[in-house]
Design a protein. Sequence first.
Length: 626
Amino acid sequence: MRASVELLAFLAIIYFLIGPVLNWLGDDDLAGALQRAVMSAAAVCIAFLLNGIIRTVLWDGLLSDHGQRQVPVIVTEGVGLAIYLTAIVLVMHFVYDEPIGGLLATSGVVALVLGFAAQSTLKEVFSGVALNATQALHIGDYVEIDGVYGQVYEINWRSISVKNPHTDSLYIFPNSGVADRTILNFSEPTERFKYYVRFTVELSAPPELVMRAIAHELEKSRYVRREPKPDFNMLGYTKEGIEIRIRYYFDGDDPWWDAQNEMIMAIWTAMRKHRLRISVNRHLLGSGDEWSELDQRQEVDFGVESVLGVLRRSKNFSGCSNKSLSELASTASVLSLNPPGRFFEPGAATDGLFLVLDGHVALYRKVPGRGDSEIKIEGCCAGDVFGLQSFIERTDRKLLAQAEQYSVVAHLSEDALRRLIDDHPELQAMLETDLSVRRAQREKDAEAAQRQFLATLYADERRKLSEDIRQNVDEMLERPALHHFLSLLSSKVRHEDVLTATMAGAAIVAACRGGSDQQEEAYLRRAMAEADLLRHMDLEHGLDLFRTYTSMDDVSAPDGEVFAMLDRASEMKGGPNIVQAVAVGMTGVHGEPTQKELQALRAISKRTGVEVPRWAREIKGQQDGE
């Protein structure tokens, strides 16, 4: 295109000089002929320049994918031919005064035939242009199109492929069909999903109590997000009762079903605790009070004899007399909970011990400095006792006891236990020994859980930074129309700077483990595709830069050439954030980051002027070489 502009400028100079020179020489006829020839050449040159701009901005720009042209040759060449034919027609009419009617009629017929022949292809191409311009979809987004849910698998010039992660089905939509439909994008503006569940309670159930009870059950949820809290909406009255909708949030597609299951179980547990009833057509079903029926079944399955049998098999209570155990079992109260129901919480007063009759109960401890976040430190199955520490030390509860599955637990009262210990003093020593052994194991499990918690926190940070990539790419593209048009002509220069800095940051992290590998290259491909990052650049060129920088001797030196490449990102808005986000992603390619990777990430953040992520300042990282 630069040559076309230079040639056009040269022809303009010739045009304005040729007339005066030949007129001075006395050859007016030759001057007119040469000027018409120069104008014809200029028209062809303008057509060439226009075709080049369309090729750069459209075919190799908006409709390309990392250097790969997606639009078929018949379309690109057809547009180019139309431009040149238009230039020739205009030259024949305005330069050589030829009648344009016949030319237009002929070209119109040809254009009509070509248009009808390629109308389907052109429709899909221009629909693809509209979708790319609005940035409504990105590869990796979870969307719902025309009632079909899935993850965007591929976007090309003709169609969009959506893969349902639950059925592995692949749906292919033509671009024109997607452009005409409403698109529900679960991944925008953030990757946090929200959904809802509807149910109806009987008119006898106080609505405020229903909502408060369910909210209480969800305070320690594991899949439904605690922040933002679920929203409750009373939709109105129906023939069955009061209809209520709960909108809740969860992190992405993976925990969708787990979050929905947890929500349903929380509703059931809240209804059971407060003996509230979900509406059913009782007069048609001949149904009575379901909670009374459940209590009766529980009395049969987990009555005094059942509690006594578990106590006899317990390693702590097996040495006590049958009479003492029978008295303890007769005073026990049986509780049953679904996840995420809690048997006690930190700060609650000590009121005895709990004996698991059926199911599985988890014990959680708060993470210091992390608000309400907890880590699991112990699991209790049938026959296990929990609540030992606060009972022996006579202090308030320090842990959270939560049902991991539908669990039935016998609550052994404080007074009954103290009487049993008075009758059997050796029981106190056995309970203290059991607590000592379990406490040592808890600390080991807590250390592993702490690492897992930080890994989860780290994964959340990676997800958030992935969102930052998208936001910063969008910010780079948000500019006045003229500025955006002119910048596209030099996009390879601008994007080359960000690509260079991004690959330099990725190479610095990769060098901490000894060099690049296929996993790291696969991550870079995926990250740039999902974020729609630098689509004007050839991805293979970026990977070549990554391999080159990784193999350089000074790749880890803060004053080396590779670190200096990071400075090129600062010339573009959002560039430093993109560099840091990709570097963060690189630290997690092989699992938990190493200490060297964390040091490299801190150095990259310092060089680019971006704040170091909080987790990178706190996490210790694996020992290098693990």
